[in-house]
Design a protein around this ligand. Structure first.
Ligand code: ZN
Length: 412
């Protein structure tokens, strides 16, 4: 069970909010930003959304073997923000441990409830500590719509599904548990947050495993509105989809999941995906959004090859950017380069949003990610507000009610 004492001292974000909060550093002090009261966060992984102390408690509760030699060891193992720069593959290895702890209907349920609560309580916070307990009650906005992405197959307890599709836990029960958790937590919040599941296919899974997940996605999608989309995630180094046969197999899995689902794809985050593969992947899987499409930007910067950016612009594809995550994995080298990235997307009229990717593992919040860009002059207030507005209409969730959509200046 969640540790109530850890939550008691944290007031609900709505108890303290300034419509236009002055920023703290010297340059930004003169600026005020009319943050919207409610925002949508659309790129957050379940595996990166449960605070470490909660994962530790779940691991102890479930008797998970070999997670670590003690709590500090556990934190050292999983806290990516303390590791400096790590490559994407090492970053994903952390996820594998988390996925094992989150396996089974009961752990999935706890994880979903904790993840939603974390997003709503801390998503707008200016300062939080690594366990996501508030140090400050300053809140820029509420996260009122959350898209939570994860791979149900990787919550069946099969150790990372290497060579086997059959886990300890029943896949249907895992999915049903997650659906029930969302319905229950929405009732608990009395409509203050709406949540949808995005199921991630795995670059590291076999075709048969992805196909099995697709069929379950179709089945449960017909039963529940809470399943809103599909994604492709996992190590690009292992399966960049440069092999046309593997790309075709992924298309079959995507199509098998059925119509009416939003499509997003992690593609081009690392150099393992070249521009040709990036373009073919987007053309074949036909996503409405892409995660971290850095390959399209590097091709333009390095060779003035703008085909990737043009493709994104022509298809009106929205780029999902995650600042801290991109810096941690080295996908983007520094904040200066991030500023260049945002500028390049604007010049090519490509839409983008900002999300926190793995806020609990990175000890961050969406508000912090935005302020990071602002305080480094990597983005202007206008660019950040536009990105938040793009997230509203690019979400796979139902549109929010009218009063939620208005910026704070308009509400006054
Ligand atoms: Zn991601």
């Amino acid at each position: 069970m969640p540790n109530a004492a850890d939550h008691r001292s944290v007031p609900h974000p709505s108890l303290k909010r300034d419509a236009a909060l002055p920023l703290q550093n010297e340059r930004a002090e003169k600026q005020t930003v009319a943050w919207p009261q409610h925002v949508t966060e659309l790129h957050v992984h379940l595996g990166g959304s449960v605070p470490l102390y909660r994962l530790w408690e779940i691991a102890i509760e479930r008797g998970i073997r070999g997670v670590s030699a003690g709590y500090q060891d556990f934190v050292n193992l999983l806290e990516v923000s303390g590791k400096g720069r790590i490559d994407l593959d090492s970053y994903l290895e952390v996820y594998e441990k988390v996925e094992l702890i989150q396996s089974g209907p009961a752990s999935v349920r706890e994880s979903v409830i904790t993840a939603v609560h974390r997003a709503h309580r801390t998503g707008g916070m200016v300062r939080i500590d690594p366990t996501a307990k508030s140090l400050s009650h300053e809140c820029l906005f509420d996260v009122s719509r959350l898209e939570l992405r994860w791979n149900p197959l990787k919550r069946t307890g099969a150790p990372f599904l290497k060579g086997s599709h059959a886990g300890l836990y029943d896949l249907d029960r895992v999915i049903k548990s997650a659906i029930d958790a969302v319905e229950d937590v929405e009732i608990g919040f009395r409509g203050a947050i709406s949540v949808g599941h995005i199921f991630c296919f795995g670059r590291d899974l076999t075709f048969e495993a992805n196909l099995a997940l697709a069929r379950k996605t179709r089945l449960w999608r017909e039963k529940s509105r809470t399943i809103i989309g599909i994604d492709l995630a996992g190590p690009e180094s292992l399966n960049p989809l440069s092999d046309p046969r593997k790309l075709q197999e992924m298309k079959i899995a995507f199509d098998e999941a059925g119509p009416g689902l939003g499509r997003t794809v992690h593609v081009g985050e690392t150099e393992h995906v070249d521009l040709e593969t990036f373009i073919r992947t987007v053309e074949t899987l036909n996503p409405a959004r892409v995660g971290h499409p850095i390959a399209a930007l590097r091709a333009f910067w390095d060779r003035r090859d703008d085909r990737g950016l043009k493709l994104l612009q022509e298809r009106n594809i929205v780029c999902e950017l995650c600042v801290k995550s991109n810096l941690l994995t080295g996908a983007v080298r520094n904040l200066e380069e991030y500023g260049r990235l945002i500028q390049t997307l604007d010049q090519h009229e490509v839409q983008y949003t900002f999300s926190s990717d793995a806020p609990a593992l990175q000890g961050s919040s969406l508000a912090q990610e935005l302020l990071l860009l602002l305080e480094a002059s990597a983005a202007t207030p206008e660019q950040l507000l536009r990105a938040l507005a793009v997230a509203e209409h690019a979400s796979f969730l139902q549109p929010p009610t009218q009063h939620r959509n208005k910026p704070s200046a308009e509400r006054a």
